[in-house]
Write a protein that binds this ligand. Structure first.
Ligand SMILES: [Zn+2]
Length: 543
């Protein structure tokens, strides 16, 4: 069988001779960085249904990462190069084994494969700051977050701002910065007492401190992101700079490219949050900082080799281990897994997923999400939420739906992939006028709208902003601006996240956190009524 490990060895021998000229080992120190971001608990072996829904190839995930890391470390020891294994946050929340253990199983895995550090992401606060503090205590490696301070104004005690590691005579400094938008994406009680400082100002403060301490090769590991449309964003940034508009160092949520251009002295950066991998790094045109980012959910591993000039201690260049790309998909056909690590993970998975394989229904056709307007899956979810809480209207954002549902047996496990975050339903009363204003918010500019139940709406994108939506009926009756309607949404939206800030100003006294888990509401609805399979007249879009 053709095997990528053998391929790596072969390529290494060939490249070894090629690069022997470019970066000879007596002049240049190689440091290989393995990187993950947005793993979201995806350490168990899985199937890549997104590649082929009928015959999905197997993905080695955590057990494959374990094997690659230990092989590379052994080679590094024999050949004299260093290996770092780092993570840019959102490490546990999203799979049963990650979520039901509040990340403890993921930390155990990371200990076993010897991660060097994790920079915390917004979802790492999903089970509260106190839980995350426990995970940090359990970890054999530091949790980084230089911009996350507590009431005393000091960096929260479970975090470190940076580490400096000496690797074959090179002092490697790694600064960790969480995303400063975390509070707007978390339940307030989960981040209570914490302040998330702006990324750029934080990097400007700490890089000189690290240099004073002797750091020579400087890495920034951050949960701040490289935008999905990287080239477009880079071009926009360059235009702004030409006009003399530099990023505000106190901007909340500065993406990686703005940090790179604003803060001199960072050699390379690793970003995360948006689940978008780039085969080649972005290079900042002014500071020449390289930015890498990987895909999420544990299906991939980033790998890049850096070469540091031994005399000047400067970064001379980089190359890749495999396929001329900065990340690999962990296909089992190409990468062997570590069976001990796999057994360890499978034991934990079995406990977390007890009863999850029970078939709830059989889907005759796949249920898909849509990019705009209504979708079968969005309709099904909103109908289930309205039904379970006896509401007139339910709605959802697009980002809450994390996967499609494939044809065939539907299990609680598939629902977990669809709704991984354990959100519960909040209900409140809202006037017709408020509901209308909320929908107008969601169809401004290029906004995609929202997923709804209980309504019939016409959205005319040709009309002026603020006048695009017309609600025809609620629960089949004529819409009334003055009437009070019972609304059901996820607790996440009710807290004003994802641009639904209007929901925080709706009368607290009408609000009720039902405690009903959305995933369970959906399961019960499907058991009762079977899956919806139709698009209907609830959201008519005119463009
Ligand atoms: Zn994130």
């Amino acid at each position: 069988m053709f095997n990528k490990i053998k391929y790596i060895l072969l390529i290494t021998i060939i490249m070894g001779t090629l690069f022997a000229e470019k970066f000879p080992a007596d002049e240049y120190q190689r440091i290989t960085v393995l990187f993950t971001n947005d793993v979201h608990g995806g350490i168990t072996r899985t199937e890549a249904t997104y590649m082929n829904p009928q015959f999905p190839p197997k993905i080695g995930s955590g057990p494959a990462i374990a094997r690659i890391a230990s092989n590379l470390r052994a080679r590094g020891e024999a050949e004299g190069f260093g290996v770092l294994l780092i993570d840019e946050g959102d490490f546990f929340s999203g799979t049963p084994v990650g979520s039901t253990t509040a990340g403890a199983a993921i930390v155990e895995f990371m200990n076993a494969v010897q991660y060097d550090l994790v920079t915390v992401g917004n979802h790492d606060f999903d089970k509260s700051y106190t839980e995350l503090t426990k995970r940090s205590a359990e970890a054999d490696f530091p949790f980084l977050g230089a911009n996350i301070v507590d009431e005393t104004g000091q960096i929260a005690s479970f975090l470190k701002p940076y580490i400096i590691k000496e690797i074959y005579g090179i002092k490697v400094g790694i600064l960790g910065i969480g995303t400063s938008v975390t509070p707007s994406m978390s339940f307030p009680e989960h981040v209570k007492g914490l302040t998330f400082l702006p990324e750029i100002a934080t990097a400007k403060k700490w890089i000189p401190i690290m240099k004073d301490e002797g750091a020579e090769f400087i890495i920034l590991s951050t949960h701040s992101w490289t935008p999905y449309e990287r080239d477009k964003a880079a071009a926009l940034l360059q235009e702004e700079l030409k006009r003399g508009e530099w990023p505000d160092e106190n901007k909340i949520g500065a993406p990686g490219m703005e940090i790179a251009v604003s803060v001199p002295g960072i050699d390379v950066m690793f970003t995360g949050h948006v689940h978008k991998g780039f085969p080649l790094p972005y290079e900042d045109p002014i500071n020449h900082t390289l930015i890498f980012q990987n895909y999420g959910n544990g299906s991939n591993l980033g790998m890049v080799n850096f070469y540091i000039h031994k005399k000047t201690k400067t970064l001379a260049g980089y190359d890749f281990e495999v396929d001329q790309t900065a990340y690999v998909t962990l296909l089992e056909d190409e990468f062997w897994i570590d069976t001990d690590i796999n057994n360890m993970i499978e034991e934990k998975r079995a406990i977390a997923e007890e009863g999850f394989d029970k078939v709830i229904a059989v889907l005759p056709a796949p249920l898909r999400r849509a990019n705009e307007g209504q979708s079968i899956l969005g309709n099904l979810l909103c109908d289930a939420v309205a039904w379970s809480s006896n509401a007139d209207v339910a709605f959802s954002n697009y980002g809450g739906l994390r996967s499609d549902l494939e044809a065939g047996p539907l299990t609680y496990q598939s629902l977990f992939r669809f709704l991984p975050f354990g959100n519960r339903i909040t209900v409140f009363l809202m006037s017709g006028a408020e509901l209308d204003a909320l929908i107008e918010d969601r169809v401004m500019g290029n906004s995609r709208g929202m997923l709804v139940s209980g309504l019939e709406v016409i959205v005319d994108k040709r009309k002026a902003e603020g006048d695009r939506a017309e609600i025809l009926t609620v629960q089949g009756k004529a819409f009334d601006k003055k009437a009070l309607y019972k609304i059901a949404v996820s607790d996440y939206l009710a807290e004003g996240n994802s641009g639904y800030d209007r929901l925080t100003t709706i009368g607290e006294k009408y609000r009720n956190n039902t405690g009903i888990m959305m995933r369970e509401a959906l399961r019960d609805y499907i058991v009762e009524f079977g899956p919806t399979t139709k698009i209907d007249s609830r959201w008519k879009l005119i463009k």
